[in-house]
Design a protein. Structure first.
Length: 643
C-alpha cells in the first residue's frame, strides 16, 4: 500500500523514466513572471539541489502528515564502543582548554596564541573526522559533536577556528567529493599542520550565489583555471594555508537557455596573485580570523577542481548539510554553561529575603533555559547519530537543529544576562578587578549572536526547509501552475494532482497513529500523540495555503516560516521524548528527566499554537506595505528628531 509521500514520489519517478522530460525539476516552478536575476538565482539553486529520497526523513515527513516515530525511537544512542573510542581525545581536550586556553585574554587581545593552535593540532583537534590513514583521529560525527560541545562551553573563538576548518573548510568537501589524489595530498596537511578556510561570500553574493563575480577561466593550454575576483568574510583566512573557493565557470546551455555555473577549487594561499587585503573585526568573536581575499590571475591546476565543473554549489550545500551540526553542538555546550551560571546565581543571590530563584519571574526564565537545553541536546545528538548511521537524507534535520539551537541559545544568553543583572552586563575583567568572580556572560552574549547568521542565516534556513517541505507537492502538481509548459503537460499535472489529493487529503483528517508506545514512559506518551496529531494539522494547513496562494505561495515567506516553526517544534518534542526515555533507561533519575522533558513539551505546544494562529490571522501584508512605503521615502516623521 502506498504511503502519502511514496505515491507522488513514485509516480513522478515512473513518469521521468518513461520518456524524456521537457524541462528540469526547476520547470515545476513558473519563472516567467520573475526578473532576470530572480530567475537565474532560482534556476541555479534548483539545479544544485538533489531531491529528497523517496522515503523522506522523520522531519521532512512531518510536513505531509506522516509521523514515523519509530525512525527516532528508541533513541539512536552512541554505542559504548564509539564513546570509548572518543573518550581519550575528549578528556585531553577538556583538560587542555581548562588549563591552557584563556578565553577572556583571547577576547581582549583578539588573538589566539600560536601555542594553543599548535597544541590543538598535535592532539588531533583539527582532524577529528579525518580518517587515520590521512593523519586524523577518524572519529564519528557524535564524537565530533561532543568536542564542539566542550569547545562551545569554553571559548567561541577557538570553536570557530576549529569548526570552520573541518566543517566547511577543506576536510569535509574532500571527504565527500575529493579524489584519492586530492585526499592524499591535502588531508594530511589540514589534519596536523595547516588551517583551512571556505571562500563563498562576496560583497554582492551572500545567500544568492547567482550574483557571484569571482571567475575561473580555463587557461589556453587547458591545464589550469585562472581565478580573478574577490571574496568577503572568509572565515579562518588570516591563519589559513589552503582554501576551498567557489567561482563562476563558463556557463552551459540547458534547454536552449544559458545557465550560470559555479565550481569549487582547492587553492593554496601562497599561490602567486592571491592577496589577503583586509582582516575584518566584529562585535563578538574578536579573535575570528576572517578577512577579504583578492585573486589576480591566480593559476589553479585543473586537478584541484572539486567534483565536476558546475557542481560547486552542490559541493557547498552538501558540505553544509552535515557541517551545520557543529554550531548546534557548540550551542549545547554554551547553553549548559549559561544554565549552570544562572542556577548558581539564582540560589546564592538573595533579594526580599529569599534567593531570587524562588521568585516566579526568575524561576520561569531558568525553567525555559533548562527545557531548551535538554531539547537542543536531544535534537543535535539524535541527528548526529543518524548521520553516523547513514540513515538517509537528513538535510532538514540538520537545518532545523542549526536554526532552532542558535535562536534558543541567543535567548538563553539574553535571559542569563537578565538573571545576572548588572553583573551580567559587566565584563569578566571588571568583575575580577573589583574582587568578584569573572563570569563572562557579556562575552558569551556577544559571541553567540553570529550563530544565527553563520552558515546560513535563520531566514535562509526557514526558506531552505520550506522549499524542501514543498517538494513532494511540487512534484505532484507544481507543473500545472507553470505557464511556460505546454497545455497538455499542465493538464496531465492537474489530473495527476487531483487524483493524488483526492486520496491524500481525507486521510489528513483521520486520527493519527503513532504505533506501539509501550516502551515509552507513560508521562511522555501524550506529547508524542500530540506531535503525531499536529503533524496532520500541519499538512492540512500547508495544503490549504497552497490552494489559497497557488504559485505565489513561495512569496509568502512569513507564512511559510510559521509552518517551518511548527514542524521544528514537533521535531523537538519528538526528539525530547525519545531522548528522555533513553536517559531513564540508562538509570538517570526518572523524576528529574520527566520534569524537564514535560516542561519543554508543554512550552513547545504554546509556541505551536502561536504559529498556527498566525497562519490565519496576521499582519503580514500590512507590514509588507508599510515597509515599501518606508523604502519609498514616506513616513518622514519617523526619521525626525535624531542626530
Amino acid at each position: 500500500m502506498k504511503t502519502p509521500l511514496e505515491a507522488p514520489e513514485k509516480q513522478v519517478a515512473e513518469e521521468t523514466s518513461a520518456k524524456p522530460q521537457p524541462a528540469t525539476q526547476a520547470s515545476v516552478i513558473d519563472t516567467s513572471k520573475m526578473s532576470k536575476g530572480q530567475r537565474e538565482a532560482l534556476e541555479l539553486a534548483e539545479a544544485s539541489r538533489d531531491p529528497l529520497d523517496e522515503r523522506g526523513s522523520f522531519a521532512s515527513n512531518l510536513f505531509i502528515g506522516r509521523y514515523d516515530f519509530d525512525r527516532i525511537f528508541p533513541y539512536p544512542a552512541q554505542s559504548e564502543e564509539d564513546r570509548a573510542k572518543g573518550e581519550p581525545f575528549l578528556n585531553q581536550l577538556r583538560e587542555y582548554l581548562k588549563a591552557n586556553v584563556d578565553a577572556d585574554e583571547i577576547d581582549r587581545t583578539g588573538e589566539i596564541p600560536q601555542k594553543n593552535i599548535d597544541d590543538l593540532f598535535a592532539m588531533g583537534a583539527f582532524g577529528v573526522k579525518i580518517p587515520t590513514q590521512y593523519g586524523g583521529l577518524g572519529l564519528s560525527q557524535v564524537n565530533y559533536g561532543r568536542a564542539a560541545m566542550l569547545l562551545g562551553s569554553w571559548d567561541a573563538n577557538v570553536t570557530a577556528l576549529v569548526s570552520a576548518h573541518q566543517s566547511i573548510g577543506v576536510p569535509q568537501p574532500l571527504l565527500l567529493f575529493g579524489t584519492e589524489e586530492q585526499k592524499a595530498k591535502y588531508l594530511p596537511r589540514v589534519a596536523r599542520k595547516e588551517i583551512s578556510a571556505f571562500a563563498l561570500t562576496e560583497s554582492n553574493a551572500g545567500s544568492d550565489p547567482a550574483n557571484m563575480s569571482l571567475r575561473a577561466e580555463l587557461s589556453e593550454d587547458g591545464s589550469a583555471y585562472i581565478l580573478n575576483g574577490e571574496k568577503l568574510w572568509c572565515t579562518n583566512l588570516i591563519k589559513a594555508g589552503v582554501l576551498v573557493v567557489m567561482a563562476r565557470t563558463a556557463p552551459k546551455i540547458v534547454n536552449g537557455k544559458e545557465r550560470k555555473q559555479i565550481s569549487a577549487f582547492i587553492v593554496d594561499v601562497d599561490s602567486p596573485g592571491l592577496e589577503i587585503t583586509y582582516r575584518c573585526h566584529f562585535m563578538g568573536l574578536r579573535a575570528l580570523y576572517n578577512g577579504i581575499v583578492k585573486f589576480t590571475n591566480v593559476r589553479v591546476p585543473k586537478e584541484n577542481l572539486v567534483a565536476k565543473e558546475g557542481q560547486g554549489l552542490k559541493v557547498a550545500l552538501t558540505t553544509l548539510n552535515t557541517g551545520r551540526l557543529t554550531i548546534p553542538a557548540a550551542c549545547v555546550g554554551l547553553s549548559k554553561r549559561l544554565l549552570d551560571i544562572c542556577r548558581k546565581w539564582a540560589s546564592e543571590r538573595v533579594q526580599w529575603g529569599v534567593p531570587i530563584g524562588k521568585h516566579y519571574a526568575i524561576a520561569g526564565k531558568i525553567a525555559e533555559i533548562a527545557g531548551n537545553v535538554f531539547a537542543m541536546e536531544a535534537m543535535t545528538f539524535l541527528t548526529s547519530a543518524l548521520v553516523d548511521r547513514k540513515a538517509g537524507d537528513l538535510r532538514i534535520e540538520t537545518a532545523m537543529c542549526k536554526m532552532w539551537s542558535t535562536e534558543a541559545t541567543w535567548r538563553i544568553a539574553d535571559e542569563a544576562m537578565q538573571v545576572r543583572g548588572g553583573r551580567g552586563y559587566e565584563t569578566a575583567q571588571s568583575l575580577e578587578g573589583r574582587g568578584e568572580e569573572g563570569i563572562p556572560v557579556e562575552r558569551f552574549l556577544r559571541d553567540c549572536r553570529i550563530n544565527m547568521i553563520f552558515e546560513g542565516s535563520s531566514e535562509i534556513m526557514r526558506l531552505f526547509i520550506a522549499r524542501e517541505a514543498l517538494d513532494p507537492h511540487l512534484k505532484v502538481g507544481g507543473a500545472m501552475f507553470n505557464t511556460q509548459l505546454p497545455r497538455s503537460e499542465r493538464a496531465r499535472a492537474a489530473f495527476r494532482s487531483g487524483k493524488f489529493y483526492a486520496s491524500w487529503y481525507p486521510k489528513q483528517w483521520l486520527p493519527a497513529s503513532t504505533g506501539g508506545l509501550e516502551k515509552l514512559h507513560a508521562d511522555l506518551r501524550p506529547h508524542v500523540r500530540y506531535a503525531a496529531s499536529e503533524s496532520k494539522r500541519l499538512a492540512r494547513g500547508l495544503f490549504h495555503a497552497m490552494a489559497r496562494f497557488g504559485p505565489k505561495l513561495e512569496r509568502e515567506q512569513l507564512l511559510l516560516s510559521r509552518f517551518v516553526g511548527i514542524a521544528t517544534e514537533l521535531f523537538a518534542i519528538s526528539a525530547t521524548c525519545s531522548f528522555a526515555q533513553y536517559k531513564i533507561e540508562r538509570g538517570e533519575p526518572a523524576g528529574e528527566i520527566i520534569s524537564v522533558a514535560n516542561y519543554f513539551c508543554r512550552s513547545a505546544r504554546m509556541r505551536i499554537d502561536h504559529h498556527f494562529a498566525g497562519t490565519s490571522e496576521n499582519a503580514d501584508r500590512a507590514g509588507y506595505d508599510l515597509t515599501q512605503e518606508l523604502l519609498a521615502g514616506k513616513h518622514a516623521d519617523l526619521r525626525q528628531g535624531i542626530v
